[in-house]
Ligand binder design. Sequence first.
Ligand SMILES: Nc1ncnc2c1ncn2[C@@H]1O[C@H](COP(=O)(O)OP(=O)(O)OP(=O)(O)O)[C@@H](O)[C@H]1O
Ligand SMILES: [Mg+2]
Length: 251
Amino acid sequence: MLLDVRDLHVRYGRVHAVRGITLTLGAGQVVAVVGANGAGKSSLLRAILGIEKTSGGSVGYDGTDITRWSASERVKNGLVLVPEGRRIVMTLTVHENLLMGAFNRRLDAAVHSEIDGIYDRFPNLAARRDRLASVLSGGEQQMLAIGRALLAAPRVMMLDEPSLGLSPILSAEVFEHIASLGRDRNIAVLLVEQNTQRALELADHAYVIELGRVVSQGPAEQLLSDHKLIDAYLGHGEAKAGHSEQQRPVR
Ligand SMILES: Nc1ncnc2c1ncn2[C@@H]1O[C@H](COP(=O)(O)OP(=O)(O)OP(=O)(O)O)[C@@H](O)[C@H]1O
Ligand SMILES: [Mg+2]
């Protein structure tokens, strides 16, 4: 397994946000993590990246125990996160934001040809290459965040609610790009989404988490057909659809 998370715990003082989550992700696989607000999804991803302290459990990556590695070592080795809220730098241009993604590499011809590849993939970014990122629409910002993460040469890309605040058309576009990561580039994807329906349609395997624990898991197709489960834990996946990121608390 490329990613092997075992019995992971995250605590914020008295809040026990992640309570013993075990999950695996194989090379080229798309695995979804779904669950309601506050379930612990972002905490889980942040802990896997190493930017949130864990209070128990382990993270294995490509056969190595990386639990004690710093986040930058993890990124250098191809484990990246597109965070909730994207974290685009609005005062930099589109191109400068992309270059930031390659911070851990030498800016050689290979990087520049990858940037050209990203512009080919996302023509809206190419057209705005020298504009400030603040002119981009929400969907374009999400694509910039994905493009930036691609420049870190990921083997595992974790995405935290990439469709948040996007119109259905833009989120469909973003989901299509995510699907192509696994399909065309053999990048394994760990996808956190509140749009349960979409996430399950895209994923090979899925985990449902509630209050920091895995309450169900299986082939995504199987979970998708389990209406009782969807009703019980998830609503119908559009819960945050009209919810723009500006309204979300800054943590
Ligand atoms: N920095 C923090 N300090 C204290 N509590 C936190 C912190 N970050 C998250 N929490 C709490 O931990 C729990 C899990 O939060 P987390 O953000 O991981 O959930 P989530 O599943 O990503 O939710 P959402 O769908 O709203 O993004 C929540 O109860 C939240 O209030
Ligand atoms: Mg979250």
